[in-house]
Design a protein around this ligand. Structure first.
Ligand code: AMP
Length: 102
């Protein structure tokens, strides 16, 4: 299984759904909302979190920021809290197909 470096993390290539010369985009192992993805620039390490929002997904719209702060700090190093490799590969494959067919 091939891997890529993502900052201090090593990620499975199966989690990547889009790759360009200078960047790649991957699904998140612990998404705070469904469809959360990461876009990683391989010049310097810069990454952007993309969170699809839906009306009413949080009672207060800005609660997502509190949730993110809690979520990313909590259990970040606890593998049992992460999605499985298969779940991530499945989501990445769906996104890859959507991009190819758009
Ligand atoms: P940050 O906390 O801004 O450094 O973002 C790192 C993000 O990458 C967190 O949301 C992690 O859950 C996510 N992440 C770390 N390692 C992996 C991985 N192997 N596969 C998918 N997402 C990861």
């Amino acid at each position: 299984m091939s891997t890529l470096r993502f900052g201090q993390h090593i990620i499975k290539a199966s989690a990547v759904f889009l790759q360009t010369e200078l960047s790649f985009a991957l699904v998140n192992r612990k998404p705070v909302v469904p469809g959360r993805i990461l876009n990683h620039e391989v010049c310097e390490h810069v990454h952007v979190h993309v969170l699809p929002r839906k009306a009413g997904d949080f009672e207060r719209n800005d609660s997502v920021y509190d949730e993110l702060q809690k979520h990313d700090g909590q259990d970040e190093d606890v593998p049992s809290k992460w999605r499985t490799e298969e779940e991530m590969a499945t989501e990445a494959s769906i996104l890859r197909n959507q991009i190819e067919n758009s």
